[in-house]
Design a protein around this ligand. Structure first.
Ligand SMILES: [Zn+2]
Length: 475
């Protein structure tokens, strides 16, 4: 295996937004130099919260000032806050240097959200450059606000909790629903492993699960590639998938916060973001494994009063998909009756009606209708897919088996890493997971394993055994 330096150099060569990625123990000392290189002559504003200010922000601010960089600081006075649109407006004001107005927005409990379309300003050297010191939420706020002002930013992550530091797009709740706003990844990432290794353990475990999701997500990309829906893009695939097993191989070290294991985990998450930059899509990083989590986000799921982290929800989606793949491998798809499957394949209108029914009581009732309208395949397309599947199943199966982990293996890794390994750990029942399947199939236009199963008439054979006697999530 090539070493970390070489992997990162190759990854930077294909990333479209990120130009600098420094990682190591005490790497934060490099931040002033990186800032000056990326933003010569600009003024910095360190954005932290009351958790991340003492662990890193304060030190970074002092280093910037010592290096002669004009530097302001803005500390969000909240122990816990979510990526709501209000805070994007706050961060927009921080870029403009109006800290009083930013504080007023931050503390306004009845804030009226502005129009997201009107958040953009002409770029100007007079704006502050954001230096994000924090985990996923602060990073996403800084990512989107920087984009609003036609500039980039520097991020100093404080936890290996998500792959969002290096991905394009920011996940923000706007008008009551969680949305991904398109915006470029940061130009520079400085990852101080000493700091990241000391993050709360549940955050690191969440990051481990988010990285592990790339195992079944990769398998579903293989399927999408196989049916010709989304071809595998070589650079976006190899940058992470070639090393993924290695990055996941030390859950004990991850749980212990051992710097070497944390560095591997953080690197894996960062390479995942680079893969998304190269593919200009989240395909390399997520498929059904993430959709269970998106559904929980959209219904505002809470457990013991608290929203569950992205990684924790993704852990359960990932395990569920590993269980589904276990069932897939038990099927013999060389015996598919293609003619009769094509004959009984529903029309687009029938599928749209089904989608409306599935999403009838959902906060976004038209979502499935919109997605199926984009990914519906007609009889000719279904015939082509199934004929190929029938003919090439043994080879495809072998390839998928080489990619995906068994439920048992993944569950063991999560148990050791400290990630959720039972649905109850995030406050959902197995029956709730089972009932989410029809929505998961229809939640995105992206082709997934469940789409293939619908076409091939083996959807029930795939899903039901997971919840039946002896199944992974036996009810
Ligand atoms: Zn994720």
């Amino acid at each position: 295996m090539i070493d970390s330096k070489e992997r990162i150099a190759r990854a930077l060569a294909i990333s479209t937004d990120t130009k600098v990625f420094e990682m190591g123990q005490d790497a934060s000392a490099l931040a002033p130099e990186v800032f000056t290189k990326c933003f010569p002559g600009r003024k910095a504003v360190i954005v932290a919260d009351i958790n991340t200010w003492p662990v890193l922000g304060e030190r970074v601010a002092a280093d910037f000032k010592a290096a002669g960089i004009p530097t302001d600081t803005y500390i969000i006075d909240k122990k816990e806050f979510h990526a709501d649109w209000k805070y994007v407006e706050m961060t927009d004001l921080i870029v403009k240097g109006d800290y009083t107005a930013a504080k007023a927005v931050e503390n306004d409990e009845n804030h009226q959200e502005g129009d997201a379309e009107k958040a953009f300003s002409q770029s100007s050297d007079g704006y502050n450059v954001l230096v994000s010191v924090g985990s996923g939420v602060i990073n996403d706020l800084c990512k989107l606000s920087s984009y609003h002002h036609g500039q980039s930013y520097l991020t100093l992550p404080t936890a290996a909790s998500v792959d969002g530091y290096s991905s394009f797009g920011a996940s923000i709740t706007y008008q009551g629903s969680k949305q991904t706003f398109t915006c470029p990844a940061p130009v520079a990432i400085v990852a101080d492993i000493d700091v990241i290794a000391h993050a709360p353990k549940h955050m690191t475990a969440a990051g481990y699960a988010d990285l592990a999701a790339k195992v079944p997500a990769g398998a579903e990309w293989i399927i999408a590639d196989f049916v010709g829906s989304e071809p595998i893009q070589d650079d976006a695939w190899h940058v992470l998938q070639d090393y993924l097993d290695g990055f996941l191989s030390d859950p004990e070290g991850v749980a212990a916060g051992e710097p070497r294991a944390i560095a591997d985990l953080f690197e894996g998450l960062t390479l995942s973001g680079f893969a998304m930059q190269a593919a200009k899509s989240s395909r390399p990083a997520s498929c059904c494994d993430h959709l269970f989590s998106h559904i929980l986000d959209m219904v505002g799921h809470r457990f013991e009063g608290k929203l569950q982290s992205h990684g924790f929800q993704v852990a359960i989606g990932t395990l569920t998909m590993c269980a589904v793949f276990d069932e897939l491998f038990k099927l013999d798809l060389t015996v598919l009756d293609v003619d009769s499957l094509v004959d009984s394949w529903p029309s687009l209108e029938q599928e749209q009606d089904r989608a409306l029914e599935v999403f009838r009581d959902f906060p976004a009732p038209n979502l499935g209708y919109i997605q199926i309208s984009q990914k519906y395949g007609d009889k000719a397309a279904v015939r082509a897919e199934l004929s190929r599947l029938k003919a090439e199943w043994p080879t495809l199966k072998e390839r998928l088996q080489g990619q995906v982990y068994s439920f048992e293996k993944m569950q063991k890794l999560f148990r050791i890493a400290g990630a959720p390994y039972e649905t109850g750990h995030i406050g959902v029942s197995r029956a709730q997971i089972r009932d989410m399947f029809p929505k998961v199939q229809l939640l995105r236009a992206r082709y997934n394993l469940l789409d293939l199963a619908m076409r091939g008439g083996f959807y029930d054979a795939l899903v039901e055994p997971v919840f039946a006697r002896g199944g992974a999530w036996e009810i």
